[in-house]
Design a protein around this ligand. Structure first.
Ligand SMILES: [Zn+2]
Length: 564
Protein backbone atom coordinates (compact mmCIF):
# COMPACT_ATOMS: atom_id res chain seq x y z
CA UNK A 1 0.00 0.00 0.00
CA UNK A 2 1.43 3.36 -1.01
CA UNK A 3 2.06 6.03 1.59
CA UNK A 4 -0.91 8.19 2.39
CA UNK A 5 -0.58 11.61 3.94
CA UNK A 6 -1.49 11.71 7.62
CA UNK A 7 -4.17 14.32 7.15
CA UNK A 8 -5.92 12.11 4.62
CA UNK A 9 -5.69 8.96 6.70
CA UNK A 10 -6.77 10.79 9.84
CA UNK A 11 -9.55 12.83 8.36
CA UNK A 12 -12.33 13.03 10.97
CA UNK A 13 -14.99 10.35 10.46
CA UNK A 14 -17.23 11.31 13.39
CA UNK A 15 -18.15 14.56 15.10
CA UNK A 16 -16.00 13.55 18.06
CA UNK A 17 -12.94 13.51 15.76
CA UNK A 18 -13.44 17.21 14.91
CA UNK A 19 -11.03 18.74 17.39
CA UNK A 20 -11.54 21.99 19.25
CA UNK A 21 -14.99 22.86 17.83
CA UNK A 22 -17.27 21.27 20.37
CA UNK A 23 -19.44 24.42 20.47
CA UNK A 24 -20.43 23.62 16.90
CA UNK A 25 -20.41 19.83 16.78
CA UNK A 26 -22.61 19.52 19.87
CA UNK A 27 -25.22 21.88 18.40
CA UNK A 28 -25.22 20.03 15.10
CA UNK A 29 -25.50 16.63 16.79
CA UNK A 30 -28.50 17.74 18.82
CA UNK A 31 -30.21 19.21 15.77
CA UNK A 32 -29.69 16.01 13.78
CA UNK A 33 -30.75 13.76 16.63
CA UNK A 34 -33.94 15.77 17.21
CA UNK A 35 -34.55 16.06 13.47
CA UNK A 36 -34.59 19.85 13.76
CA UNK A 37 -31.74 20.68 11.42
CA UNK A 38 -31.74 23.55 8.98
CA UNK A 39 -31.60 23.27 5.17
CA UNK A 40 -28.82 25.78 4.72
CA UNK A 41 -25.65 26.16 6.76
CA UNK A 42 -22.69 28.45 6.53
CA UNK A 43 -19.47 27.13 8.08
CA UNK A 44 -16.89 29.89 8.31
CA UNK A 45 -13.42 29.91 9.82
CA UNK A 46 -9.69 29.62 9.10
CA UNK A 47 -8.42 26.85 6.84
CA UNK A 48 -7.90 23.42 8.30
CA UNK A 49 -10.25 23.88 11.23
CA UNK A 50 -12.65 21.13 10.21
CA UNK A 51 -15.34 22.86 8.15
CA UNK A 52 -15.57 20.46 5.22
CA UNK A 53 -14.94 17.47 7.48
CA UNK A 54 -17.87 18.53 9.66
CA UNK A 55 -19.99 19.01 6.52
CA UNK A 56 -19.25 15.50 5.33
CA UNK A 57 -19.94 14.00 8.78
CA UNK A 58 -23.20 15.96 8.80
CA UNK A 59 -24.15 14.43 5.42
CA UNK A 60 -23.47 10.95 6.80
CA UNK A 61 -25.33 11.53 10.07
CA UNK A 62 -28.56 12.78 8.44
CA UNK A 63 -28.48 9.90 5.98
CA UNK A 64 -27.28 7.14 8.31
CA UNK A 65 -29.62 4.17 8.23
CA UNK A 66 -29.70 3.94 12.02
CA UNK A 67 -31.21 7.44 12.19
CA UNK A 68 -31.76 9.28 14.47
CA UNK A 69 -28.12 9.32 15.51
CA UNK A 70 -25.67 11.72 17.12
CA UNK A 71 -22.77 10.14 15.22
CA UNK A 72 -22.86 8.34 11.83
CA UNK A 73 -22.56 4.61 12.43
CA UNK A 74 -19.87 4.32 9.75
CA UNK A 75 -21.05 0.82 8.89
CA UNK A 76 -24.29 1.13 6.94
CA UNK A 77 -24.40 1.48 3.16
CA UNK A 78 -25.14 5.18 3.39
CA UNK A 79 -22.22 5.92 5.75
CA UNK A 80 -19.79 3.82 3.71
CA UNK A 81 -21.05 5.14 0.38
CA UNK A 82 -20.75 8.75 1.45
CA UNK A 83 -17.35 8.09 2.97
CA UNK A 84 -15.89 6.63 -0.23
CA UNK A 85 -17.70 9.08 -2.49
CA UNK A 86 -19.78 6.53 -4.38
CA UNK A 87 -23.14 8.09 -3.51
CA UNK A 88 -24.00 10.76 -6.03
CA UNK A 89 -26.53 12.50 -3.78
CA UNK A 90 -23.70 14.09 -1.81
CA UNK A 91 -22.27 16.71 -4.11
CA UNK A 92 -19.01 18.43 -3.21
CA UNK A 93 -18.23 21.56 -5.18
CA UNK A 94 -15.03 23.53 -4.88
CA UNK A 95 -16.05 27.06 -5.75
CA UNK A 96 -12.41 28.03 -6.12
CA UNK A 97 -12.17 25.91 -9.25
CA UNK A 98 -15.75 25.90 -10.38
CA UNK A 99 -16.88 29.45 -10.00
CA UNK A 100 -19.08 29.58 -13.06
CA UNK A 101 -22.73 30.37 -13.14
CA UNK A 102 -23.22 27.12 -15.09
CA UNK A 103 -22.29 24.96 -12.11
CA UNK A 104 -24.86 26.62 -9.87
CA UNK A 105 -27.49 26.60 -12.63
CA UNK A 106 -26.85 22.91 -12.81
CA UNK A 107 -27.65 22.67 -9.11
CA UNK A 108 -30.83 24.67 -9.67
CA UNK A 109 -32.01 22.32 -12.38
CA UNK A 110 -31.23 19.11 -10.52
CA UNK A 111 -32.15 20.18 -7.01
CA UNK A 112 -35.81 19.41 -7.50
CA UNK A 113 -35.18 15.71 -8.17
CA UNK A 114 -35.38 13.49 -5.15
CA UNK A 115 -32.15 11.82 -3.98
CA UNK A 116 -31.53 8.42 -5.51
CA UNK A 117 -30.09 6.36 -2.70
CA UNK A 118 -30.27 8.31 0.56
CA UNK A 119 -32.80 10.53 2.35
CA UNK A 120 -31.14 13.89 1.76
CA UNK A 121 -29.21 15.44 -1.10
CA UNK A 122 -26.38 17.40 0.47
CA UNK A 123 -24.54 20.10 -1.48
CA UNK A 124 -21.22 21.00 0.10
CA UNK A 125 -19.85 24.15 -1.54
CA UNK A 126 -16.32 24.83 -0.36
CA UNK A 127 -14.72 28.31 -0.60
CA UNK A 128 -18.16 29.63 -1.49
CA UNK A 129 -16.93 33.26 -1.40
CA UNK A 130 -15.22 32.56 -4.75
CA UNK A 131 -18.53 32.35 -6.62
CA UNK A 132 -19.28 35.05 -9.15
CA UNK A 133 -22.14 37.51 -8.62
CA UNK A 134 -24.20 35.64 -11.20
CA UNK A 135 -23.56 32.35 -9.42
CA UNK A 136 -24.54 33.87 -6.07
CA UNK A 137 -27.80 35.08 -7.57
CA UNK A 138 -28.54 31.65 -8.96
CA UNK A 139 -27.70 30.11 -5.57
CA UNK A 140 -29.89 32.62 -3.77
CA UNK A 141 -32.92 31.59 -5.84
CA UNK A 142 -32.38 28.00 -4.74
CA UNK A 143 -31.81 28.92 -1.11
CA UNK A 144 -35.03 30.93 -1.02
CA UNK A 145 -37.12 27.80 -1.34
CA UNK A 146 -34.98 24.73 -0.85
CA UNK A 147 -36.87 21.46 -1.39
CA UNK A 148 -37.36 19.37 1.75
CA UNK A 149 -34.90 16.72 0.61
CA UNK A 150 -32.01 19.13 0.07
CA UNK A 151 -29.38 20.51 2.45
CA UNK A 152 -26.81 23.14 1.53
CA UNK A 153 -23.59 23.48 3.48
CA UNK A 154 -21.51 26.46 2.41
CA UNK A 155 -17.95 26.63 3.71
CA UNK A 156 -15.67 29.65 3.57
CA UNK A 157 -12.53 31.17 5.00
CA UNK A 158 -13.75 34.65 4.05
CA UNK A 159 -17.38 35.11 5.12
CA UNK A 160 -17.20 38.90 4.63
CA UNK A 161 -17.05 38.30 0.87
CA UNK A 162 -20.43 36.55 0.85
CA UNK A 163 -23.53 38.63 0.08
CA UNK A 164 -25.69 39.28 3.15
CA UNK A 165 -28.71 37.95 1.29
CA UNK A 166 -27.00 34.54 1.23
CA UNK A 167 -25.76 34.71 4.83
CA UNK A 168 -29.19 35.65 6.13
CA UNK A 169 -30.66 32.45 4.68
CA UNK A 170 -28.13 30.21 6.41
CA UNK A 171 -27.57 29.05 9.93
CA UNK A 172 -24.05 30.23 10.57
CA UNK A 173 -21.28 28.53 12.53
CA UNK A 174 -17.87 30.09 13.09
CA UNK A 175 -15.05 27.58 13.40
CA UNK A 176 -12.25 28.71 15.67
CA UNK A 177 -8.52 28.27 15.28
CA UNK A 178 -7.61 25.07 17.08
CA UNK A 179 -5.64 25.81 20.24
CA UNK A 180 -2.18 24.32 20.82
CA UNK A 181 -3.22 21.79 23.47
CA UNK A 182 -5.91 20.40 21.11
CA UNK A 183 -3.51 20.27 18.17
CA UNK A 184 -0.82 18.59 20.25
CA UNK A 185 -3.08 16.02 21.86
CA UNK A 186 -4.57 15.06 18.49
CA UNK A 187 -1.07 14.68 17.00
CA UNK A 188 -0.05 12.53 19.97
CA UNK A 189 -3.13 10.37 19.51
CA UNK A 190 -2.26 9.80 15.86
CA UNK A 191 1.45 9.21 16.56
CA UNK A 192 0.55 6.66 19.23
CA UNK A 193 -1.36 4.62 16.65
CA UNK A 194 1.20 5.11 13.90
CA UNK A 195 4.01 4.13 16.28
CA UNK A 196 6.13 7.14 15.46
CA UNK A 197 8.33 9.09 17.86
CA UNK A 198 8.31 12.88 18.00
CA UNK A 199 9.63 14.99 20.89
CA UNK A 200 7.32 17.35 22.80
CA UNK A 201 9.38 20.37 21.72
CA UNK A 202 8.99 19.32 18.10
CA UNK A 203 5.23 18.91 18.50
CA UNK A 204 5.00 22.33 20.12
CA UNK A 205 6.95 23.90 17.25
CA UNK A 206 4.60 22.24 14.75
CA UNK A 207 1.57 23.53 16.64
CA UNK A 208 3.05 27.04 16.57
CA UNK A 209 3.67 26.90 12.84
CA UNK A 210 0.25 25.41 12.05
CA UNK A 211 -1.54 28.54 13.32
CA UNK A 212 -4.60 26.73 14.54
CA UNK A 213 -5.14 24.52 11.48
CA UNK A 214 -5.23 20.75 11.97
CA UNK A 215 -4.55 20.02 8.30
CA UNK A 216 -1.42 22.19 8.35
CA UNK A 217 -0.27 20.59 11.59
CA UNK A 218 -0.61 17.10 10.18
CA UNK A 219 1.09 17.94 6.90
CA UNK A 220 3.99 19.58 8.77
CA UNK A 221 4.19 16.48 10.92
CA UNK A 222 4.30 14.39 7.74
CA UNK A 223 7.15 16.47 6.36
CA UNK A 224 9.07 16.32 9.62
CA UNK A 225 8.71 12.53 9.72
CA UNK A 226 10.04 12.11 6.19
CA UNK A 227 12.83 14.64 6.82
CA UNK A 228 14.15 13.10 10.00
CA UNK A 229 15.90 9.75 10.20
CA UNK A 230 14.02 8.26 13.10
CA UNK A 231 12.88 10.32 16.01
CA UNK A 232 11.58 13.78 15.06
CA UNK A 233 13.41 16.52 16.99
CA UNK A 234 12.85 20.25 17.38
CA UNK A 235 15.64 21.04 14.88
CA UNK A 236 13.89 18.99 12.18
CA UNK A 237 10.72 20.99 12.61
CA UNK A 238 12.57 24.31 12.63
CA UNK A 239 14.29 23.32 9.39
CA UNK A 240 11.01 22.50 7.70
CA UNK A 241 9.06 25.50 8.90
CA UNK A 242 11.93 27.96 8.41
CA UNK A 243 11.36 29.10 11.99
CA UNK A 244 13.88 30.28 14.49
CA UNK A 245 13.99 28.56 17.87
CA UNK A 246 12.70 30.37 20.94
CA UNK A 247 16.22 30.47 22.35
CA UNK A 248 17.40 32.44 19.32
CA UNK A 249 14.37 34.76 19.41
CA UNK A 250 15.10 35.49 23.08
CA UNK A 251 18.72 36.21 22.24
CA UNK A 252 17.72 38.61 19.45
CA UNK A 253 15.18 40.55 21.53
CA UNK A 254 17.60 40.78 24.42
CA UNK A 255 20.27 42.23 22.10
CA UNK A 256 17.82 44.77 20.66
CA UNK A 257 16.67 45.90 24.09
CA UNK A 258 20.24 46.26 25.31
CA UNK A 259 20.95 48.40 22.20
CA UNK A 260 23.53 45.85 21.09
CA UNK A 261 23.03 46.62 17.41
CA UNK A 262 26.01 44.57 16.29
CA UNK A 263 24.85 41.33 17.93
CA UNK A 264 21.31 41.85 16.65
CA UNK A 265 22.46 42.31 13.05
CA UNK A 266 24.85 39.35 13.31
CA UNK A 267 22.01 37.13 14.49
CA UNK A 268 19.75 38.19 11.61
CA UNK A 269 22.58 37.55 9.18
CA UNK A 270 23.13 34.09 10.65
CA UNK A 271 19.43 33.20 10.41
CA UNK A 272 19.29 34.11 6.76
CA UNK A 273 22.50 32.23 5.97
CA UNK A 274 20.98 29.19 7.64
CA UNK A 275 18.10 29.51 5.21
CA UNK A 276 15.49 30.81 7.64
CA UNK A 277 12.57 32.58 6.05
CA UNK A 278 12.83 36.38 6.68
CA UNK A 279 9.06 36.81 6.51
CA UNK A 280 8.63 33.99 9.00
CA UNK A 281 11.24 35.56 11.28
CA UNK A 282 9.38 38.87 11.49
CA UNK A 283 6.13 37.02 12.02
CA UNK A 284 7.63 34.94 14.82
CA UNK A 285 9.14 38.03 16.45
CA UNK A 286 5.76 39.79 16.47
CA UNK A 287 4.00 36.85 18.12
CA UNK A 288 6.82 36.23 20.55
CA UNK A 289 6.70 39.89 21.66
CA UNK A 290 2.95 39.71 21.92
CA UNK A 291 3.36 36.72 24.25
CA UNK A 292 5.90 38.63 26.35
CA UNK A 293 3.45 41.49 26.73
CA UNK A 294 0.59 39.17 27.61
CA UNK A 295 2.68 37.31 30.17
CA UNK A 296 3.78 40.62 31.70
CA UNK A 297 0.20 41.72 32.24
CA UNK A 298 -0.79 38.45 33.89
CA UNK A 299 1.29 35.31 34.17
CA UNK A 300 -1.82 33.13 34.29
CA UNK A 301 -2.43 33.99 30.63
CA UNK A 302 0.15 31.39 29.69
CA UNK A 303 -2.41 29.17 27.98
CA UNK A 304 -3.09 32.07 25.58
CA UNK A 305 0.53 32.26 24.47
CA UNK A 306 0.93 31.68 20.73
CA UNK A 307 4.64 31.45 20.12
CA UNK A 308 6.33 31.14 23.47
CA UNK A 309 6.99 28.35 25.91
CA UNK A 310 7.39 29.69 29.43
CA UNK A 311 10.94 28.80 30.42
CA UNK A 312 13.45 30.59 32.65
CA UNK A 313 14.90 32.65 29.77
CA UNK A 314 11.39 33.80 28.85
CA UNK A 315 10.62 34.80 32.45
CA UNK A 316 13.91 36.68 32.73
CA UNK A 317 13.29 38.48 29.45
CA UNK A 318 9.78 39.64 30.35
CA UNK A 319 11.12 41.06 33.60
CA UNK A 320 13.81 42.99 31.76
CA UNK A 321 11.94 44.50 28.82
CA UNK A 322 9.47 47.37 29.28
CA UNK A 323 5.92 47.10 27.98
CA UNK A 324 6.25 50.42 26.11
CA UNK A 325 9.25 49.13 24.21
CA UNK A 326 7.45 45.90 23.31
CA UNK A 327 4.49 47.83 21.96
CA UNK A 328 6.75 50.03 19.89
CA UNK A 329 8.69 47.00 18.62
CA UNK A 330 5.48 45.29 17.52
CA UNK A 331 4.42 48.41 15.62
CA UNK A 332 7.79 48.65 13.87
CA UNK A 333 7.84 44.95 12.98
CA UNK A 334 4.32 45.19 11.69
CA UNK A 335 5.35 47.96 9.35
CA UNK A 336 8.39 45.93 8.31
CA UNK A 337 6.09 43.03 7.48
CA UNK A 338 4.02 45.28 5.19
CA UNK A 339 7.09 46.64 3.41
CA UNK A 340 8.58 43.19 2.92
CA UNK A 341 5.61 42.19 0.78
CA UNK A 342 6.76 44.44 -2.04
CA UNK A 343 10.47 43.83 -2.06
CA UNK A 344 13.01 41.32 -3.31
CA UNK A 345 15.42 42.27 -0.55
CA UNK A 346 13.55 41.58 2.67
CA UNK A 347 16.79 41.35 4.63
CA UNK A 348 17.40 45.08 4.18
CA UNK A 349 14.03 45.88 5.72
CA UNK A 350 14.70 43.63 8.69
CA UNK A 351 18.05 45.30 9.24
CA UNK A 352 16.51 48.78 9.12
CA UNK A 353 13.88 47.68 11.61
CA UNK A 354 16.56 46.28 13.94
CA UNK A 355 18.29 49.68 13.86
CA UNK A 356 15.00 51.46 14.59
CA UNK A 357 14.37 49.19 17.54
CA UNK A 358 17.72 49.82 19.18
CA UNK A 359 16.99 53.54 18.78
CA UNK A 360 13.53 53.05 20.23
CA UNK A 361 15.20 51.60 23.28
CA UNK A 362 17.28 54.80 23.61
CA UNK A 363 14.10 56.85 23.39
CA UNK A 364 12.49 54.57 25.90
CA UNK A 365 15.22 55.32 28.42
CA UNK A 366 14.65 59.06 27.98
CA UNK A 367 10.93 58.69 28.33
CA UNK A 368 11.42 56.59 31.45
CA UNK A 369 13.40 59.45 32.92
CA UNK A 370 10.58 61.81 32.03
CA UNK A 371 8.12 59.49 33.68
CA UNK A 372 10.25 59.57 36.81
CA UNK A 373 10.17 63.37 36.81
CA UNK A 374 6.43 63.43 36.36
CA UNK A 375 6.03 61.00 39.24
CA UNK A 376 8.17 63.19 41.48
CA UNK A 377 6.15 66.26 40.54
CA UNK A 378 2.91 64.52 41.20
CA UNK A 379 4.17 63.40 44.62
CA UNK A 380 5.00 67.00 45.45
CA UNK A 381 1.60 68.10 44.32
CA UNK A 382 -0.07 65.50 46.52
CA UNK A 383 1.90 66.71 49.51
CA UNK A 384 0.98 70.35 48.84
CA UNK A 385 -2.65 69.44 48.47
CA UNK A 386 -2.61 67.63 51.81
CA UNK A 387 -1.03 70.62 53.51
CA UNK A 388 -3.53 72.97 51.98
CA UNK A 389 -6.32 70.74 53.17
CA UNK A 390 -4.98 70.76 56.71
CA UNK A 391 -4.65 74.56 56.71
CA UNK A 392 -8.21 74.83 55.49
CA UNK A 393 -9.51 72.48 58.16
CA UNK A 394 -7.84 74.46 60.92
CA UNK A 395 -9.64 77.59 59.75
CA UNK A 396 -13.08 76.06 60.04
CA UNK A 397 -14.26 76.47 63.63
CA UNK A 398 -15.34 73.05 64.78
CA UNK A 399 -14.52 73.51 68.41
CA UNK A 400 -17.47 74.57 70.53
CA UNK A 401 -15.22 76.45 72.93
CA UNK A 402 -14.15 78.96 70.29
CA UNK A 403 -15.24 82.35 71.62
CA UNK A 404 -17.73 84.15 69.43
CA UNK A 405 -16.04 87.49 69.56
CA UNK A 406 -12.79 86.07 68.25
CA UNK A 407 -14.72 84.36 65.52
CA UNK A 408 -16.11 87.62 64.26
CA UNK A 409 -12.73 89.21 64.23
CA UNK A 410 -11.06 86.25 62.61
CA UNK A 411 -13.21 86.46 59.52
CA UNK A 412 -11.55 89.08 57.42
CA UNK A 413 -12.18 87.58 54.02
CA UNK A 414 -14.96 89.01 51.94
CA UNK A 415 -16.64 85.69 51.29
CA UNK A 416 -16.61 84.56 54.87
CA UNK A 417 -20.10 84.61 56.29
CA UNK A 418 -20.52 86.73 59.42
CA UNK A 419 -22.95 85.06 61.74
CA UNK A 420 -25.50 87.53 63.18
CA UNK A 421 -25.45 86.03 66.68
CA UNK A 422 -27.46 88.85 68.25
CA UNK A 423 -30.29 88.58 65.77
CA UNK A 424 -30.39 84.82 66.18
CA UNK A 425 -30.55 85.12 69.98
CA UNK A 426 -33.44 87.50 69.51
CA UNK A 427 -35.24 84.96 67.37
CA UNK A 428 -34.62 82.32 70.02
CA UNK A 429 -36.19 84.62 72.59
CA UNK A 430 -39.36 84.77 70.51
CA UNK A 431 -39.20 81.23 69.16
CA UNK A 432 -41.99 78.75 69.69
CA UNK A 433 -42.28 75.12 68.82
CA UNK A 434 -45.48 75.53 66.84
CA UNK A 435 -43.85 77.98 64.43
CA UNK A 436 -41.02 75.57 63.75
CA UNK A 437 -43.39 72.64 63.37
CA UNK A 438 -45.43 74.55 60.82
CA UNK A 439 -42.32 75.22 58.82
CA UNK A 440 -41.06 71.65 59.09
CA UNK A 441 -44.43 70.28 57.97
CA UNK A 442 -44.24 72.08 54.66
CA UNK A 443 -40.49 72.21 54.20
CA UNK A 444 -40.46 69.48 51.58
CA UNK A 445 -43.12 71.33 49.58
CA UNK A 446 -41.12 74.51 49.88
CA UNK A 447 -37.97 72.76 48.60
CA UNK A 448 -39.92 71.28 45.71
CA UNK A 449 -41.16 74.72 44.63
CA UNK A 450 -37.67 76.11 45.07
CA UNK A 451 -36.26 73.41 42.82
CA UNK A 452 -38.64 74.48 40.06
CA UNK A 453 -37.87 78.18 40.45
CA UNK A 454 -34.12 78.10 40.85
CA UNK A 455 -31.82 75.13 40.66
CA UNK A 456 -28.83 76.99 42.17
CA UNK A 457 -30.87 78.16 45.19
CA UNK A 458 -32.25 74.65 45.62
CA UNK A 459 -28.74 73.21 45.50
CA UNK A 460 -27.76 75.46 48.40
CA UNK A 461 -30.83 74.78 50.51
CA UNK A 462 -31.45 71.09 49.88
CA UNK A 463 -29.29 69.94 52.80
CA UNK A 464 -30.20 72.84 55.09
CA UNK A 465 -32.53 72.48 58.07
CA UNK A 466 -35.07 74.87 59.57
CA UNK A 467 -33.74 75.02 63.14
CA UNK A 468 -35.75 77.61 65.02
CA UNK A 469 -38.67 79.87 64.18
CA UNK A 470 -40.52 82.82 65.64
CA UNK A 471 -43.63 84.38 64.18
CA UNK A 472 -41.78 86.08 61.33
CA UNK A 473 -38.22 84.85 61.49
CA UNK A 474 -36.62 81.56 60.62
CA UNK A 475 -33.17 80.27 61.54
CA UNK A 476 -31.83 77.84 58.96
CA UNK A 477 -28.72 75.79 59.65
CA UNK A 478 -26.37 74.81 56.85
CA UNK A 479 -23.73 72.13 56.71
CA UNK A 480 -21.17 74.45 55.14
CA UNK A 481 -20.23 78.09 55.86
CA UNK A 482 -20.17 78.90 52.21
CA UNK A 483 -23.81 77.91 51.81
CA UNK A 484 -24.84 80.59 54.31
CA UNK A 485 -23.59 83.44 52.15
CA UNK A 486 -24.82 81.69 49.01
CA UNK A 487 -28.27 81.39 50.58
CA UNK A 488 -28.37 85.15 51.03
CA UNK A 489 -27.63 85.65 47.34
CA UNK A 490 -31.12 84.35 46.66
CA UNK A 491 -32.79 86.15 49.57
CA UNK A 492 -35.51 87.98 47.64
CA UNK A 493 -36.61 84.96 45.74
CA UNK A 494 -36.50 82.64 48.73
CA UNK A 495 -38.49 85.02 50.94
CA UNK A 496 -41.09 85.46 48.23
CA UNK A 497 -41.41 81.71 48.06
CA UNK A 498 -41.63 81.41 51.87
CA UNK A 499 -44.57 83.83 51.71
CA UNK A 500 -46.17 81.81 48.98
CA UNK A 501 -45.78 78.45 50.75
CA UNK A 502 -46.33 79.47 54.38
CA UNK A 503 -48.73 82.33 53.81
CA UNK A 504 -46.79 84.95 55.78
CA UNK A 505 -43.80 87.22 55.49
CA UNK A 506 -40.71 85.57 56.90
CA UNK A 507 -37.10 86.61 57.14
CA UNK A 508 -34.57 83.89 57.32
CA UNK A 509 -31.19 83.86 58.99
CA UNK A 510 -28.63 81.31 57.89
CA UNK A 511 -26.12 79.80 60.31
CA UNK A 512 -23.56 77.02 59.89
CA UNK A 513 -24.73 73.88 61.64
CA UNK A 514 -21.75 73.61 64.00
CA UNK A 515 -22.23 77.19 65.15
CA UNK A 516 -25.94 76.61 65.53
CA UNK A 517 -25.46 73.62 67.84
CA UNK A 518 -22.98 75.58 69.87
CA UNK A 519 -25.22 78.63 70.07
CA UNK A 520 -28.22 76.56 71.06
CA UNK A 521 -26.30 74.82 73.81
CA UNK A 522 -25.06 78.16 75.04
CA UNK A 523 -28.60 79.61 74.98
CA UNK A 524 -30.07 76.67 76.86
CA UNK A 525 -27.36 76.93 79.52
CA UNK A 526 -28.18 80.56 80.06
CA UNK A 527 -31.88 79.84 80.21
CA UNK A 528 -31.21 77.11 82.72
CA UNK A 529 -29.40 79.51 84.98
CA UNK A 530 -32.11 82.14 84.65
CA UNK A 531 -34.98 79.72 85.18
CA UNK A 532 -33.19 78.25 88.16
CA UNK A 533 -33.03 81.66 89.78
CA UNK A 534 -36.65 82.53 89.00
CA UNK A 535 -38.24 79.23 89.92
CA UNK A 536 -36.20 78.10 92.83
CA UNK A 537 -39.30 77.47 94.92
CA UNK A 538 -41.95 76.33 92.47
CA UNK A 539 -39.58 73.93 90.83
CA UNK A 540 -40.37 71.03 93.14
CA UNK A 541 -44.04 71.00 92.15
CA UNK A 542 -43.36 70.84 88.42
CA UNK A 543 -43.44 67.43 86.80
CA UNK A 544 -41.19 68.58 84.00
CA UNK A 545 -37.89 70.28 84.43
CA UNK A 546 -38.53 73.88 83.35
CA UNK A 547 -35.20 73.95 81.54
CA UNK A 548 -36.27 70.99 79.49
CA UNK A 549 -39.62 72.63 78.96
CA UNK A 550 -37.90 75.76 77.75
CA UNK A 551 -35.69 73.81 75.41
CA UNK A 552 -38.69 71.86 74.17
CA UNK A 553 -40.53 75.06 73.48
CA UNK A 554 -37.56 76.32 71.59
CA UNK A 555 -36.64 73.50 69.27
CA UNK A 556 -39.43 70.96 69.42
CA UNK A 557 -39.41 67.37 70.67
CA UNK A 558 -37.73 65.83 67.71
CA UNK A 559 -34.56 67.81 68.02
CA UNK A 560 -34.28 67.62 71.77
CA UNK A 561 -32.11 65.07 73.47
CA UNK A 562 -32.47 64.97 77.23
CA UNK A 563 -29.36 64.00 79.14
CA UNK A 564 -29.51 63.33 82.87
ZN1 LIG B 1 -24.64 4.76 9.19
Amino acid sequence: MSYQALYRVWRPQKFSDVVGQSHITRTLQNAIFQNKFSHAYLFSGPRGTGKTSAAKIFAKAVNCQSTPVREPCGECDACIGIQNGSISDIIEIDAASNNGVEQIRDIRDKVKYAPSSVAYKVYIIDEVHMLSIGAFNALLKTLEEPPQHVIFILATTEPHKIPLTIISRCQRFDFKRITHPFLISRMKEILGQEELEVTDEALHAIALAAEGGMRDALSLLDQAISYSDQKVELEDVLMITGSVSQGKLTELIDALYRQDTKSALNLVDLFIQEGKDPVRLVYDLIYFLRDLLLYQSASDFDDLLERAIVDQAFIDLQEEVSAEWIQRAITELNQCQQEMKWTNTPKVFIEITMLKLTEAQAEDRVSKQEVKQILQLSEKLDKLEKELHEVKNNKVPTNASAPKATQKRSSPTKNKYRIPYERIRQVLGEAEKKYLQAIQAKWAIFLQSLKQQSAPAYAVLQDARPSAASEDKLVISFKYDIHCSLALDHQQMIEALLLEVFGKNMHYIPIPEDNWLELRQDYIEKQRQQTKDENEESQEKDQEDPIVAEARKLVGDDLLEIHE
